[in-house]
Ligand binder design. Structure first.
Ligand SMILES: [Zn+2]
Length: 665
């Protein structure tokens, strides 16, 4: 270099000679472009960081830079869009350049450990500018631990949301609050984010970066913070008409196979303004920002708000990072019949909240959907029977459910047996009732109960245990509602002692936890989805013989998103709802595993019970009685000639399944 030495140079050189680093306004994106190395661990594209690959992150990162006056920066985003990398870049920038005490807060111990081992450690190890400040002083002598790392000019705390109160004597200049929608807000210590904000007050140039994928509508902290902010969305130009627009899922068109509308062949975007088709390979140019070779930019919908807030979905993911539009479309199609998948798609792909509709479900609307089948008979498509039993102090309530392909359930009977559960006579009545169930379908085939789940809650736990182990009725599950949310509908069993008539049988019964709240989400989302489905595609089916009290109990609870739990409506009884859930839990019996049945399993069962019915994915295709039986597919066994043969073939199939899943129990 032949540039003349200026006074500024001299000063800078003198500063370096004295061991100072020259301070100049450096942004996070500049720092990352100059310093950040993406590790092979935890990165889809290892090597030098290039902000130009994810141009939409530049402005967000630069709001985190020292010269930006923003104190709170909010990012509500899809997953795998670069949110965590932006946070890591900022952390590297703080440690190497901006300095000061900083906390990283994650929802749980596990997410914190994952983040630390998969994001922080590789970043610190492979980015020399960060490695330098970490190792210079204190890597020896035990000052660094999993929860706290000193670096030149600052200290880094790793905290879970539940332990932010432990920071109470600490002042922070910076904080990263990641996945805030997963935080437990109801800790005894108080709101974790509020506690964090208090720790930040002493620094006039403090910064808090709150980021998350959203969860439930009205319970989402990140959505609340996004809406309180200026609501920026990344606007990209249409390659045809040049109009700037934010990419929205509703403008995606999905190409499908003509003979199989569920198979996605392609997906493209339709411009909001000119209607032209935009293909994904055009995205790279569209994403380029104004000032960096393109025209894209963040535009605020609410520009007078006090803090910047950003929203971005997975449609923006650069080619090669995250899912392609076609892959997203396939995921979307696959999620259509599954509310849990649909919620996950909304949250993690679109970065949007999921609205729970449990409040909108009204008993009279359900009653209006009832169908003309008779109780104690088996409608077409219904191929497996299970029972759920609720134990009350003076009675047992029994719900008989029929199941068909595609998660369809029918209420086939609801029965109350009065008596004292402490008295064996009531249990004998139950055994007699359940064993007598032989419901017929339209083809004259008889269906019996495959499995029964009984609730052990209340005052008669050991009577239920005793009944479950007695073998008077086959495949009886003793169950208990799980106390924590998000459990699987039927968990793994634990073995319990059975006490009866002064005697104890050690580990005498298998007790299964039922994820009742999971099942309630499932039920309510199916009920809600049934609104838009034609009658023969509805998931939750009722007989016109059921009375108003039945529907009243079916929707007797609403979800409280703030507390993340289901609550009974005032003055309502909920046995119908509880027994429906137990009936579904029974279908998860380890010898039955109905929720894992494949099409071939259903086809086989249908061939036994509804010979002649077309194999049409659970649709009720009525075949005239005189028609030839449908041609058997490769996987379907020969159609048994008699109901007995059908029962034997089904038992053989279950035995095979039992072996296949044997290791799970
Ligand atoms: Zn256009």
């Amino acid at each position: 270099m032949n540039a003349p030495i200026t006074p500024a140079h001299t000063l800078a050189l003198a500063a370096i000679a004295r061991g100072w680093e020259p301070k100049h306004p450096l942004t996070v994106s500049e720092w990352a472009d100059a310093n950040r190395i993406l590790s092979l661990i935890g990165s889809a594209a290892p090597g030098e960081w290039k902000t130009s690959r994810t141009p939409y992150l530049r402005e967000i990162m630069d709001q985190l830079s020292e010269q930006s006056s923003a104190r709170l920066i909010v990012l509500m985003a899809a997953s795998q869009i670069g949110k965590t990398e932006a946070a890591s870049n900022w952390l590297g920038y703080i440690m190497a350049h901006a300095k000061g005490p900083v906390a990283v807060v994650m929802p749980t111990e596990k997410s914190l450990n994952d983040w630390s081992s998969q994001k922080f450690d590789p970043m610190a190890a492979e980015t020399p500018a960060v490695a330098r400040v970490l190792s210079k002083r204190t890597n020896s002598g035990g000052e660094n631990s999993a929860a706290r790392k000193r670096f030149v000019g600052g200290i880094l705390y790793f905290k879970t949301a539940g332990s932010t109160a432990e920071l109470k004597s600490t002042s922070l200049r910076y904080a990263i609050a990641d996945e805030v929608d997963e935080y437990d807000w109801s800790t005894t210590q108080g709101d974790p984010l509020g506690l964090l904000e208090v720790r930040l007050t002493t620094f006039h140039d403090r910064k808090l970066f709150a980021a998350s994928s959203p969860t439930l509508k009205d319970a989402s902290r990140i959505e609340e913070m996004f809406e309180a902010g200026d609501q920026r969305r990344y606007h990209v130009p249409c390659p045809h008409c040049n109009e700037l627009q934010a990419l929205a899922w509703g403008n995606i068109v999905i190409g499908k196979k003509p003979d199989n509308p569920r198979r996605v062949t392609d997906a493209w975007y339709v411009c909001r303004e000119c209607g032209s088709e935009i293909y994904e390979h055009q995205k790279t140019d569209m994403l380029k920002e104004a000032g960096h070779g393109g025209r894209a930019r963040w535009i605020a919908a609410n520009p007078t708000a006090p803090h910047p807030s950003y929203h971005i979905n997975a449609l923006y993911a650069p080619l090669g990072l995250g899912l392609s539009w076609r892959e997203m479309a396939a995921e979307w199609m696959d999620a259509q019949d599954d509310p849990a998948k649909l919620m996950r798609f909304m949250n993690t792909r679109l970065g949007e909240t999921w609205a729970d509709r449990s409040r909108d479900l009204k008993p009279n609307i359900l009653a209006a959907r009832a169908e003309p089948y008779l109780l104690r008979t088996v409608p077409q498509g219904c191929l497996v029977l299970t029972a759920g039993v609720d134990t009350q102090d003076d009675r047992l309530e029994i719900h008989i459910l029929g199941h068909g392909q595609g998660d369809i359930t029918w209420t086939l009977d609801y029965h109350v047996l009065h008596g004292n559960p402490a008295d064996d006579a009531l249990w004998q009545k139950l055994a007699d009732y359940l064993n007598a169930i032989t419901f017929q379908n339209a083809r004259g085939r008889t269906l019996k109960l495959e499995a029964t789940a009984i609730d052990t809650g209340g005052h008669h736990t050991h009577s239920v245990y005793e009944f479950a182990r007695s073998g008077r009725v086959r495949r009886v599950l003793a169950t208990k509602g799980a106390s924590t949310p998000g459990r699987s509908i039927l968990g793994k069993p634990s073995h319990q002692d059975v006490k009866r008539n002064g005697q104890t049988t050690r580990r005498g019964v298998a007790l299964y936890l039922v994820g009742a709240d999971t099942a309630k989400h499932l039920l309510y989302n199916r009920l809600d989805g049934d609104d838009a489905r034609p009658p023969h595609e509805r998931k939750v089916r009722f007989s016109q013989q059921l009375e108003p009290w039945f529907y009243d109990q079916m929707v007797s609870e609403t979800f409280n998103p703030r507390k993340n739990r289901w609550e009974k409506k005032k003055g309502k009884r909920n046995e119908v709802l509880d027994t429906w859930i137990l009936g579904v839990a029974a279908s998860h019996h380890p010898e039955l595993y109905l929720h894992k049945w494949r099409k071939s399993d259903w086809d086989r069962r249908r061939a036994m019970l509804e010979p002649g019915a077309a194999e049409e994915g659970g649709h009720d295709i009525i075949v005239p009685a005189t028609a030839e039986p449908a041609a058997a597919t490769e996987t379907a066994p020969p159609i048994p000639a008699t109901p007995d043969a059908a029962a034997r073939a089904f038992a053989a199939m279950l035995a095979a399944r039992k072996n296949r899943h044997g290791e799970r129990r």
